[in-house]
Ligand binder design. Structure first.
Ligand code: MG
Length: 337
């Protein structure tokens, strides 16, 4: 077989795990999240060209665990080829994303950006969960955000519906609000939320009301209300996205590129199907964020805000597992640019 040279070219591969504390825990129906852990990747070729990537798994959301990703990085023994990258199994979607985007960044030359026209993006701002949203929306509004997102399914529904009513009274009518229960509602609660959402007129969509195993129920309900349902956990990886599509889902899907899997396959799927996608953060560092936003810019087809308004959640502080002074400095510069 005539293997193209580029496919077997060896890159030096280094990786550094990191821990990053949230300023305040991110509360979802899965529980409270305190520390974001992930892996920074560095590829370099023999000409000294360097590229960066990030593996930012969310195991409770459907990706591999940090330990699985670290095992994968270790067994590479400091070296990788494009052929290795193309053969990462789909049970390691965050590894696929991290390594493929690191490879794209090492081969990227400035002139390549002409080939990838990018849609200008608007951002959705993640409000704090619960009552704090009643004040925090003003900060977002003053920063120019017009799409806001609020987590529900965390406290009991009577309380949350009451808060929602207060929220709709203070929000300017031009705001679009996304509700996200992370699969934490019952069927009956989903009907309740869809009813109030329909009558409020400010809900852009209700995200993942039921857990992924209740797919049929969500598909049915998506035809019963004018408020759309968006799938998120159900389509966490590209394998799952394909499966939902094949079972008839044509509605909105949230794509978190960092855990979805291979960017190459994501591009193929988006070309093959008309996908109404909302691109969203997996709370990765700036390295993963840039790669994810690049994909969002390439692949966003409609004017939906991307879910990357999450900087307010992080401390500047980073804990990077890197002893070498020079390299540690290099990583910090990359993380801040
Ligand atoms: Mg979500």
């Amino acid at each position: 077989m005539n293997v193209p040279h580029e496919y077997e070219k060896r890159y030096k591969f280094d990786f550094y795990s990191y821990r990053r504390r949230f300023k305040y825990p991110l509360s979802t129906s899965h529980g409270d999240w305190y520390v974001r852990e992930g892996i920074i990747l560095r590829l370099s070729d023999e000409n000294g060209q360097v590229g960066w990537g990030e593996i930012a798994p969310i195991p409770w959301f459907g990706s591999e665990s940090l330990e699985q990703a670290l095992d994968f990085c270790r067994q590479l023994n400091g070296e990788i080829t494009l052929s290795n990258i193309d053969n990462i199994p789909s049970i390691l979607p965050a590894c696929q994303f991290g390594l493929e985007s690191a490879w794209e960044s090492v081969i990227a030359h400035p002139y390549l950006s002409y080939l990838c026209p990018s849609t200008p993006l608007t951002y959705s701002f993640l409000l704090p969960t619960g009552k704090a949203a009643l004040e925090a929306w003003q900060i977002a509004w003053n920063q120019g955000h017009r799409t806001l997102k609020w987590k529900i399914g965390v406290a009991n529904i009577e309380y949350e519906l009451k808060l929602f009513e207060q929220l709709t009274q203070v929000l300017p009518p031009s705001v679009k609000l996304r509700l996200d229960s992370n699969g934490g509602l019952s069927r009956q609660e989903t009907h309740q939320w869809l009813q109030v959402a329909d009558s409020s007129g400010i809900i852009e969509f209700l995200e993942q009301p039921l857990p992924p195993e209740k797919f049929k129920a969500m598909l049915e309900m998506s035809h019963q209300y004018s408020t759309p349902i968006a799938l998120d956990e159900s389509v966490a990886t590209l394998d799952k996205l394909e499966s939902c599509y094949q079972q008839g889902w044509r509605g909105i899907v949230v794509i978190k590129p960092s855990i979805a899997g291979s960017p190459k396959r994501l591009r193929q799927l988006c070309q093959q199907w008309e996908i109404d996608a909302v691109f969203s953060s997996a709370l990765e560092t700036l390295i993963g964020t840039k790669a994810a936003l690049k994909l969002a810019g390439e692949l966003s087809k409609c004017d939906r805000a991307v879910g990357f308004g999450v900087n307010q959640y992080f401390d500047q502080d980073f804990n990077i597992d890197c002893e070498q002074g020079e390299r540690a400095r290099e990583i910090r510069v990359t993380l801040n640019n």
